[in-house]
Design a protein around this ligand. Sequence first.
Ligand code: AVJ
Length: 321
Amino acid sequence: SQESPPNLRVHHLHDPVDDDLELVRSGISAAQPWLHPKFFYDARGSALFDAITATPEYYPTRTEAAIFARHIDEMLAYVDDRTVLVEPGSGNCDKALTLLRNEKLTHYAPIEISRDFLVECCRRLASSRPNLLVDAICGDFTRSHLLPDSIPDEGRLIFFPGSTIGNFDPQHAQALLHNFRGLAGPSGGHLLIGTDLPKDQATLEAAYNDAQGFTAQFNLNMLVHLNQRLDCRFLPEDFAHKAFYNADLGRIEMHLVCKRDTPVRVGEDQLTLAAGQSIHTESSYKYAPNAFLELAQGAGFEPVAHWTDPKDWFAVHLMRA
Ligand code: AVJ
């Protein structure tokens, strides 16, 4: 293995497999079977997500990037040289690069469940930026609400771009935002968060049904990942990708539809999913700016400002903790 650059520290948070097994067991045996979207992200899933963001149909990543590029100075007006940029669910860390170009930011702490992927990305980042301190935190941000002691808590900036908040039902989203308030530290913390906006159904549905089929592979890869991680013995060839906009609930839903009766094993339990049944693998809520503000204020944040793109497809909110 390669040597780590001196400005990179790698931390591993407690991540018990037993709890994941229980999460899979309760989901798969529900009346509408479901699996948590965090199980998309092993190394292959993270690479497939990167491929999705490069497709012409998947507008969120590039739309958000344009908003950052245009308004970065306003967004970072509150940052000083003690600010730590903390990013739950950082993926390949690309989204932070625009912010990290600002010299006031000298300390970056990404938290990511896809461990090997994170360490590899952080090695590259730390090598190319010798003056940036990188604390790579390998762990599940939906579980861990404490950061390693080596990360100062004066005025942290919690960075949660990409509309990842949309994966959580409103009630869970609010609880997560509440935890982020804790992460932001006792004084002067901020949250910079991206949310996808409601828009016409065709644009939304195309973004989750790209013609090259990366989204379908990404969805199916969850089964391969769970087979490896928890020995579930799903038969991926028995499932088909399906994604549609649920207008009543204001969310995209992704499912894996059973093409035939198919066996599943979770721990000691053996069950059968029937042909035509589906596993709900992801929701992606689309919040109008006011709806999101209400949610975040309910979690104790105060709005500072928000920005959108010229088409009003995506929003970035800055909030005070
Ligand atoms: C990373 C959760 C924001 O919901 O749009 C992309 C994941 N799923 N295509 C999203 C995803 C299918 C993505 N988030």
